[in-house]
Design a binder for this molecule. Sequence first.
Ligand SMILES: [Fe+2]
Ligand SMILES: [Fe+2]
Length: 333
Amino acid sequence: MAKVKDVLQALDDLTGGRCLKSSHDWASGKNPWVVMKSSGIPGKGIVEMPGLIWGDAEQEVKKIAVCMTVTESVIELAAATGVDAIVSHHPIADAANSGGVLIKYYLGIYNLAHFELHEAFHGTHPGIPWLHGHRPFFSSVSYGGVPGNVVNVGNVLPEIDTIGDLIDRLNILMNAKLDEHMLEIERKERGCDKIEETSVAACAKILVGDRSNKVRTVIHMHPHCGFTPEHLEQLKRDYPEADTVIASISRVYPGHPLVAKAEELGMNFICGNSHALEIFENGVPLAQALKNHLPECEVVIFRERQTSIPLEEVGSPEIRDYGTKIAAKYLHR
Ligand SMILES: [Fe+2]
Ligand SMILES: [Fe+2]
């Protein structure tokens, strides 16, 4: 029977030893994967600590859930389905990811262990470029001297000829048609055609160029990492053969300076996978690696599905009435 400490060992092994092994290890300042992240908003920063965040090392683990971000829905689903340990890719913050209450109380009552593995997992595999149809020959994790500004420049795989092929490849790999179909069914069954869902709303898109445009060399970047039009200009100077820009995880919208710069440089511009699909890009390989290390454990994926619905059409008629009355009586304008 696997224990919490075995899950930690598995995470440490699959990252080539990047996890924290003890509190001494954390305090030593020697683990480069312990990263402080802060926007400068008082009290809202976080320290990423790859490894075990909460739980008893000797506790038994039969079932592991791999998710991107811990939320109250994740915790409730884990508790209700017999999960012993949650492994989240994104770091966890006390009383933020745990539904506004303390991790020690909330995970404590459900006997849930929690592990996080974020920056220490990044860069362990070349999956994201592969999903986007190219093989990088230049990579940087701090392009232009900006820490975390991940850029890959790559040649497309032999089966890719046009930017339409790139979009089709992503749609097949991400099962985009099925998500569209599920949304259609939900809209129909709930009698509301205004429901939106992330993976459909933020699907792969061409912003500049024609489906039939040839693609040979791509500049693959992530706008939320600090990538600028100047970075694009410099990359195009260094790799004049680059004909296409791919933005993934985050994206920009028409009118953004990065789109204008791509147009000016005569390049295609594509939005690839959104962050909502990272569960497939990083979550599935991480979960499979855990399963390989701990075959006796059941491993499940928690996939978030976020929907938007107009206030006037949410829930049951009774709950809308409840909302109307409570707001009118107690929540003064
Ligand atoms: Fe990530
Ligand atoms: Fe992420």
